[in-house]
Design a binder for this molecule. Structure first.
Ligand SMILES: C[S@@+](CC[C@H](N)C(=O)[O-])C[C@H]1O[C@@H](n2cnc3c(N)ncnc32)[C@H](O)[C@@H]1O
Length: 270
């Protein structure tokens, strides 16, 4: 009897609790879609100012394709790849439902390369930090460098850390689509200098006409202080040509910089 109950609980938990935030693409998309069009406008501005201004775009780890939909709608030729088949499947269905065209494929940030193909690539909100091994992070930067056309740029959004002043964080997003309301509460536990792992804990609270569901999951991100980031960049085939804060105001990078959108270009192409 006890064994049966335990098995039932396990099955329930496997059904009700996703292994990761990225097993819930529809909730992720609802809660993070707002603001996407404005971000794309900023990226287009960056493309004109620092890049070729061309129409071939790449989004590594594109998730639900919220950026790709906006780009496709604005006439860009966008390619996105992701490691999660669940996210990709959702992205494909949303594009199709809107009659939009973007190329989607499975791929890993550490290995995906399309030589000299793209005018601009972008990877915002710390997605790059999912690469937990610095060698994979380096491989990713070099894959991007090789995938950019001459004069192309890579826009990379990351948070830098100060190990001497670690800040736990909490962010909340709430959004509605139709009769569905989603609340995403994200806690972060700061990294230790030696392990360089920031723990992100995600709570999703979803209200639909049939009731409330809650999901909890977590993942780790590799952390970078300024010196660790500069070392990685120095080793790579990219360099930094400009920096912006997350509100797209230009900034100089200092030891106090935390959230930064970096504009990177091939070392050899300028
Ligand atoms: C925070 S989401 C970002 C999705 C999308 N770029 C956006 O801004 O909405 C992170 C995405 O990275 C993907 N991902 C994580 N590690 C990856 C890897 N090594 N290679 C490719 N995709 C990865 C996840 O599946 C997830 O879709």
């Amino acid at each position: 009897m006890a064994r049966k109950a335990a098995r039932a609980a396990k099955v329930r938990s496997e059904i009700g609790q996703p292994r990761s935030l990225y097993d819930c693409p529809q909730w992720y998309d609802i809660v993070h879609e707002a603001g996407t069009a404005a971000e794309v406008t900023q990226l287009q501005r960056i493309n004109k100012k620092y890049g070729t201004g061309g129409r071939r775009w790449l989004e590594p780890a594109c998730g639900t394709g919220r950026f790709l939909r906006v780009l496709a709608n604005r006439g860009c030729q966008a390619v996105g790849y992701d490691a999660s088949p669940i996210m990709l499947d959702y992205a494909r269905r949303r594009l199709r439902a809107r009659g939009l065209n973007a190329q989607l494929c499975p791929g890993d940030m550490a290995t995906f390369v399309r030589p000299r193909t793209f005018d601009i690539a972008f990877n915002l909100i710390n997605t790059f930090r999912h690469l937990l091994d610095p060698l994979e992070a380096l491989a990713h930067l070099n894959c991007i460098a090789r995938s950019l056309k001459r004069g192309g740029v890579y826009v990379l959004g990351i948070d830098l850390v100060d190990y001497d002043d670690p800040q736990p964080g909490e962010e909340v997003w709430v959004a509605r689509r139709g009769r569905c309301k989603v609340r995403h509460v994200m806690f972060s536990i700061p990294p230790e200098r030696r392990r360089r792992r920031e723990r992100i804990i995600n709570h999703l609270i979803v209200d639909t006409p049939s009731g409330r569901s809650t999901y909890e999951s977590h993942y780790d991100l590799l952390s970078y202080n300024l010196a660790e980031w500069l070392y990685l960049l120095e080793e790579s085939e990219l360099n930094c040509i400009a920096a912006y804060d997350f509100d797209w105001q230009p900034i100089d990078i200092t030891g106090y910089t935390r959230d930064v959108n970096l504009i990177l270009a091939r070392k050899s192409s300028r």
